[in-house]
Design a protein. Structure first.
Length: 85
């Protein structure tokens, strides 16, 4: 006998995320080199409201600039040799 289990419908809700799949925490700043979030922000992301996520996203360009991170490659500006990162 085959039992069928109802399958939950997938939601069409989109969750805003700055993740660019370049995940590496900069030890000096504590920020992800790809998106600029802290580990605490990354860990809490799924449980945050959309308003809270958008507020964090709004501050990321300034935060990355202060840290010297480039959003395109996740590297540190002026760090010398690219191969050693």
């Amino acid at each position: 006998m085959v039992h069928s289990t109802p399958v939950a419908r997938q939601s069409s809700i989109t969750v805003s995320s700055p993740c660019i799949r370049l995940c590496a925490i900069d030890g000096a700043t504590g920020l992800c080199r790809g998106c600029g979030r802290t580990l605490d922000e990354i860990a809490a992301w799924g449980g945050l409201s959309e308003t809270a996520r958008l507020a964090i996203i709004a501050h990321l360009p300034e935060r990355r600039a202060r840290a010297g991170h480039t959003p395109r490659d996740g590297g540190v500006q002026g760090s010398g040799s690219r191969g050693s990162e």
